[in-house]
Every structure is written in C-alpha cells, then in structure tokens.
Design a protein around this ligand. Sequence first.
Ligand SMILES: C[S@@+](CC[C@H](N)C(=O)[O-])C[C@H]1O[C@@H](n2cnc3c(N)ncnc32)[C@H](O)[C@@H]1O
Length: 285
Amino acid sequence: MIHLPVMVEEAIEYLNVQKGKWYVDCTLGAGGHSLEILKRGGKVLGIDQDEEVLDLAKKSLSDYHKRIVFEKRNFIEVGEVIKKHKIKKVFGALYDLGLSSYQIEKDARGFSFQREGPLDMRMDLSKTTKCADIINRGREEELARILKEYGEERMSRRIAREIVKNRPIRTTTGLASLVARAIGKRGKIHPATRTFQALRIAVNDELSALTESLDSIFPHLASYGRIVVISFHSLEDRIVKRKFKQWQKEEVFKILTKKPLRPTPEEIEENPRARSAKFRGGEKV
Ligand SMILES: C[S@@+](CC[C@H](N)C(=O)[O-])C[C@H]1O[C@@H](n2cnc3c(N)ncnc32)[C@H](O)[C@@H]1O
C-alpha cells in the first residue's frame, strides 16, 4: 500500500519552503513530504534508518536526484550527517514519527498485531535486539516496566506475568491473542495496541532518539529556520512540547503552534492513520 503523507499541507506551510535552501527530512519514509519540498524548489537531506524504506524513496524521488541526498541513519546522528554533507545551515527540519505503511503492512517486519509475523519490530535491520529477545528473554519486572512506561498500560504486570508463563512466544498474532486473553477487551482499541506500541518503542529506543535528535539538529538551524514534528502518541508529543517550551524560555525559539494542530476530519476519513496525529511547529530566533 502507498503511504499517504500526514498533514502534508500544514507541514509545507510551517516549514516555509524556499527555493535553493536545505531542508532535513529526518523520517524520509516513502518520501511524501520530501516530494512536496522538492516540488517547491527546496533541497532535501533525507534520512531514514530503514534500508528497505530508503530504497523505495530513492526510486520514487529519482526525478529530483540533483536536489536530494539520502542517508541510511538513525536521526539521532542528524548533526553528524549535516556536517558530512557540508551543509552550512538548514532552513527546516521535519519529523513525521512512527512507521510508514510499508513497514506496518510487511508481515515479515512484525510490527502489526493484525498480521502474522515474527516478533521483530526493528526499524533498522542491522540492529541485533528484536522484539522476541525482549519477550522471551527479559525479566518479568523489566517487561512490566516497558509496558507501563512506553505503553502507558495499566495492566502491565498481568500481561508481563502471562508472557513469562507462556514463553516462548513466536509470532505477533500469538502475542496479540495472549494479551487479549490476559486483559480482555477494553474500549474501542484492540487490547494489544498498547503492548505493541511499548515494545516497538523499546526495540527502537524511540524516545531517547527523539530527544537527542532535537538537540543535535538545533545548532544547525538557520535563524528563522523551522522545526515541524508530527507525532502519533502522547509520549512523543510530550517530549516535543517540553523541548519547544525549554527553547522558548531560553529565548532561542518561537513556538508557532500554541496548541498542537490536528488533521481535518476530511483527512482522517481519507487516511485513518492520521487520526492520532499531533502537529507542532516552531522557528529559531
Ligand atoms: C511515518 S514514516 C514517514 C513517512 C514520510 N513522511 C512520507 O510521507 O512518506 C516514518 C519513517 O521514519 C523512520 N524513522 C523512525 N524513527 C527513526 C529514527 N530514529 N531515525 C531514522 N528514521 C526513523 C521510519 O523508518 C519510517 O520510515
């Protein structure tokens, strides 16, 4: 399935794209946002830690090869990558967090509880720790901590206990049904939603990567350079909100979105993946 970029019009408006200036797309994915930057004459440094996804973007953006460079990296290293390409100042940085449709829908990557696959969940396939290592080898208390901290899961202890009792667990669907049996159905979301979110965050160390990346990119932003972050759960949004506030207090940054922007109902109808998106933007001063 093609990945539909989320809040793309808002991203382009807030990035204030100008011809000939550099923009860093820290989460290149299928390249939907970068394509719009390139169409407006911007130059793009496109980063993604997932080699398979990066290859797709290289193909889909090949018409613009003169104005885009690609890097298979974790965005934690964004500062280094900017230096490597001898880019003096960037005029905008975009983070569209989470997964691309390609990753979610490829069973073998093990991200989705609705598709049978191995317990993997690595965005960077060169990393050694997979979800299965945490599930089948981690201590019960450590599992419970991960589920509570990264999934805000109230039943973390009960789930951790059931996991340990039923090890080894081999598949995504096996884990999802175990969680469903352990805690039953609650509300509208699938009972395994929070467990899967927590494990993915742990496998990819997503929260510290975001915090460190924001600090790493800031010195490379030009005056009036913009940062836009689209996040999909409250833990990420909290990190962005706090960082933006801290910079504003230090009088080096101006928050442009007092409250996070949300996708329009029309966009959510067309692209349900957008429904939990929160969009924050700001400018270096
Ligand atoms: C939601 S998708 C981006 C979609 C893209 N904006 C588009 O419109 O096609 C997020 C992408 O960011 C990548 N990603 C997530 N965390 C990353 C990190 N720490 N470093 C590098 N890439 C990351 C994922 O591999 C995924 O391809």
